[in-house]
Design a protein around this ligand. Sequence first.
Ligand SMILES: NC(=O)c1ccc[n+]([C@@H]2O[C@H](COP(=O)([O-])OP(=O)(O)OC[C@H]3O[C@@H](n4cnc5c(N)ncnc54)[C@H](OP(=O)(O)O)[C@@H]3O)[C@@H](O)[C@H]2O)c1
Length: 310
Amino acid sequence: MKQLVINAFGGPEQLQLVETDHTPLASNQVRVKMRYAGVNPIDAKTRAGLGWGAEAIKDRLPWSPGFEVMGEVLEVGSEVCRFMPGDRVFGLVAGGAYGEELVANCDDLIPVPDEVTDSMAGGLALAGTTAWQALDRYGLLQQGERVLISAAAGGVGHLAVQLAKAQGATVVALASSDNHDFVKALGADEVVDYHDEAAVAAISPVDLFLDLVGGTSGESLLSQVKPNGRVVTVPTITADKVMTAAAQRGIKATGMLKENNQDHLVLLAEAVAQGRLKVEISRVFELADGAEAHRQIETGHTRGKILLRG
Ligand SMILES: NC(=O)c1ccc[n+]([C@@H]2O[C@H](COP(=O)([O-])OP(=O)(O)OC[C@H]3O[C@@H](n4cnc5c(N)ncnc54)[C@H](OP(=O)(O)O)[C@@H]3O)[C@@H](O)[C@H]2O)c1
């Protein structure tokens, strides 16, 4: 089967489509035919040799990216597993979704509801889990609070806008002007162009700031947070920097790493099935065009999600 792998850290051109052998199934695993794999910033950062992801795999190259997948079950391990061949499944996996097939733990996948399309499920698990956990578990968002969401048009952000709105929050979204209609249609109450410093400075203080950009952007937006407000800074590479800057202002900031949680996947899938949550798929690339997909995610200006098709 064909698989996109890197043999060394570097640019998008490191991604090579190669023929790989079938991995034998352990008793608690399933073989899945990939239909869609989400392309996320972590894939490109790890490919480039950055952050915790690269640290974890540096002695295990070649490595195949891809942490979220939607596909069809082909084969089930010997232990009783709730799936049958032919089932549509999706979820978070430990890498390797950039291939025609992958082996995943049964417990990492859940069924795709009939009402949810293959592509929406393919882009939901990683960004959705992150958005939900950032707002609920780490951000402790309450009905009636004001929440500022940076990168509101991106993979995590466009889902966070919808989830925060559904929680009864007033959503202040930061996006380039080209994305304002898109973000308003998702439910944002106030939309501000982050390039316009005066407009950003005029934002009324918020209870919660969901920082999806990190670094100097995350630090400078701390001035829009109420003195007793909260910050969740999601990009891990700059989390310490933003948390330190927040502490100097007396604001509580938390970094996070999304956790694979089946209950959260079920909740997200139900929200999509019932039409309460929409996954925007802005572009689909063929597996052979993985390098092009990485160039797109590395622009930092992707609207919603991009996917690879199996
Ligand atoms: N800790 C975790 O567990 C975890 C999980 C998931 C993601 N992450 C991290 O969270 C970050 C966001 O992920 P993502 O998938 O949402 O990324 P993404 O889809 O690539 O985000 C793209 C969006 O970023 C916006 N943007 C770029 N620069 C900006 C700025 N200076 N201010 C405001 N918005 C800006 C763009 O807006 P415009 O196009 O409108 O300019 C675009 O809509 C990434 O760093 C990712 O690695 C961490």
